[in-house]
Design a protein around this ligand. Structure first.
Ligand code: HEM
Length: 140
């Protein structure tokens, strides 16, 4: 009876546990060479070491994307359904945790869509109202 308490894992003290069969950014980064080449595509981790010599796009591009999120590079090429059908064979598991290196990139790349000219978006309706009033006062 007292054994039950002893068998409980100390999860609270250890913090969140990485589920089995998932891979973190740190683990992904460890496999960034020709000897062991992993990459992240659409939040899944793939081991493409054996595929390098067969890749129609060559091995150089794969080595460049090794150990990181290659989703953008993969999609930019416009890979065929045939290429996508090869992926399950190389699947290791799901990605776990934060993709910090990717989010840094998207912060610097984005952010220009709401204030395209460098002025706040409310300037547009205010300018329209001012133009209308000017028209009413001086021309009507
Ligand atoms: C495991 C992941 C990948 C698989 C299974 C794969 C598979 C393929 C296949 C089958 C082709 C022939 C064309 C097609 O069917 O679409 C191809 C072409 C190509 N791939 Fe990948 N690819 C992978 C990752 C990448 C990555 C990360 C890049 C990075 C840029 C890349 C760059 C290219 C390029 C540039 C071509 C065009 C080659 C040419 O037409 O001369 N591939 N890939």
């Amino acid at each position: 009876m007292s054994d039950a308490a002893a068998q409980q894992p100390a999860e609270a003290a250890a913090g969140p546990v990485q589920p089995e069969g998932t891979y973190s950014l740190a683990q992904l980064k460890e496999h960034n060479t020709r000897e062991s080449l992993w990459m992240l595509l659409h939040d899944k981790v793939y081991d493409i070491t054996a595929f390098m010599d067969e890749h129609p796009g060559g091995d150089e591009v794969l080595v460049e994307e090794a150990g990181r999120d290659a989703t953008e590079a993969f999609e930019d090429v416009g890979h065929s359904d045939e290429a996508r059908a090869m992926l399950p064979k190389m699947l290791l598991g799901d990605f776990y945790g934060e993709k910090t290196s990717k989010s840094k990139k998207s912060v610097s790349a984005g952010g220009s869509s709401t204030s395209s000219g460098g002025f706040p978006i409310w300037v547009v309706p205010v300018a329209l109202v001012a133009a209308f009033l000017a028209w009413r006062v001086f021309l009507a």
